[in-house]
Design a protein around this ligand. Sequence first.
Ligand code: ADP
Ligand code: MG
Length: 356
Amino acid sequence: MTSSELIAQSKTRVIAIANQKGGVGKTTTTVNLGAALAELGQRVLLIDLDPQANASTGLGINPRAIEKNMYDVLLGDTPLEDTLEPVADVEGLFVAPSSLDLAGAEIELVPGFNRERRLIDALAPIVGDYDYVFIDCPPSLGLLTINALVAATEVLVPIQCEYYALEGVGQLVRNVELVRKSLNQSLEISTIVLVMYDARTKLAGQVVDEVRNHFGEKVCKIVIPRVVRLSEAPSYGQPITVFDPENRGAQAYRDLANEVLGNELNLDDDNVPSSGGVEIVPERESDPAPDDLAPDDPAPDDPAPDDPAPPQPQLGLDEPTAAPIKRPSGLGATMILGGSPEVMPEADSETLEENE
Ligand SMILES: Nc1ncnc2c1ncn2[C@@H]1O[C@H](COP(=O)(O)OP(=O)(O)O)[C@@H](O)[C@H]1O
Ligand SMILES: [Mg+2]
């Protein structure tokens, strides 16, 4: 059996977390969704394919202190199994760590035989040991990401509720299509996760609606809020579910894990916002930075919530994607991608202000 057949026939969901923009929440989502799924009893493998190794360090693994990493797997003969590190305090969660050397892999792989299939061939022998495999991709569409897209059966794209949210997503969609046609027939963008949602800004609600209008049911109902604790957890080497289990960031990733598992959701949940009719949840950040952190911590970098003339969202989608536009029912707002959006009366900043 080929590696592709092995993976296609296993019950394991192999999910590449990709978006070639940096800083959009790929690693945060990989780490915390992975940990939340493990908490729910799933066996989860996180493959860190980013030379910056943020997923590894964010789970308490020091890339300098480990013997074998993903570089040795992709460019040497090291079996993937030999790199695996269990994550402290999260039963059932394992990491295949990255290292800075992986930056060179992008170039070193170029003349290599089977250079797009290194990861899938390494993963196939152990894929059946896990319920979920997440591949944290680097912020580029180079050979490392191609390896992830060849090994994966699904792509999860985190999208920030910010300006230019969709910048580059059109290109990612086209690349996934190319890989699907030439290297991996079973690949599809299955899941879009909206992250860093700030209910105080009109813009965030507009982005939520626009992304839902464009990608329809692929967009998760659960939206991840912008919370300081999510940005602090990595420096303690812990997922949010361990670092601050009661925090609403932890709850959001738990809810997302349930949604990914296909479990029933409580749709009254705070983490199901939409300015298009459901509800806008006012920000009630109650988790100040602990004293031992630098006082000039830049997060949360909030725009003024009461901006009298909110700028028009420029989502930056370079061109319409191939995805059919499925309008989910119950959403009121209509905005045209790249066009001039209407401002949604529901997302009234004055109403929000009263609640602060
Ligand atoms: N929901 C969130 N709330 C607050 N900060 C976040 C959130 N998600 C991510 N961050 C922070 O934003 C930065 C970029 O996120 P990261 O997951 O590393 O992005 P990527 O892997 O796409 O480069 C990090 O500092 C991270 O801690
Ligand atoms: Mg990252």
